[in-house]
Design a protein around this ligand. Sequence first.
Ligand SMILES: [Ca+2]
Length: 295
Amino acid sequence: MLEKPKTFFTNTNEKRLVNQQNFNNYHINNKINYNLQLIRKGCRYITNESLSNLDPEWLSGFIDAEGFFSIHHNKSKNNYIFTFGIRVNKRELEILNQIKNYFGFGNIYRDNFDHTVRYQTSKKSDLNLIIQFLTNIAPLRSKKVRDFKLFKRALNTTNNLKIKQLWELKNNFQSRDYNSRQSITWPWLLGFIEGDGCFGVNIRKTHKLSTGLPVVHCYFNIIQRDYYILKKIQLLVSKGNVTSKKNGTLFSYDIGRLTDLEDLVKFLDPYNFQSLSKYTDFVTWKSIINEIKLN
Ligand SMILES: [Ca+2]
């Protein structure tokens, strides 16, 4: 049986308190608070919509996992189209609605060929607010920050050749490692996990002699091309290992030991998941861990 989500998708005072607390813990800086208000004012000005209660740190973690920056050459007009977006499986459409509400701009598109949905904007005024958000409020921590910096520089350039050169740098950098040296926070990590984390369960064919039940093994992992971000996560969680896969082109952060998984559950429990499907995965996984412990 699934537990009923307590504060999920509701704007209860409790949730607001938790978010506010996280926010205060990580952003005691008044300047940043002030900037957040400015951005929100900007968003309201554009759309007049109410804003959702997403934690900015959560959002930057989610963008680190699922966001993209692209620059596309429009041949007919010989200009460049800049796009910021977030692409997720169509199961996660609700998150994109929340993000759209949070920023107060952008559109959501459905891509039927690969069952994904994407939130995106190419409007310069919107992109400037995204840049403010990711520069002053909740910076990216993964190597995606390198794409972001090139994108930002290119957006402020009017010379087409310069834009092309800047964006070509991105492809040259793609395979190289990059350490942004920005530490991460728990709300950021939850956002990143909701994008790229996996609460996994293996059911083995062998059965336990004492109970006759199949042997069940739980694990948690995040697979990335970005080694440093996984090391930062390992440092924050202080559990698990980072190993390389596929000749060092991919890296995997894994937690497999039951007591470590229980600790991870304790760490994540106080935070609010934003994705219903990920929250369901988490709750199911958590109850399996409890079952394993009892047997
Ligand atoms: Ca990803």
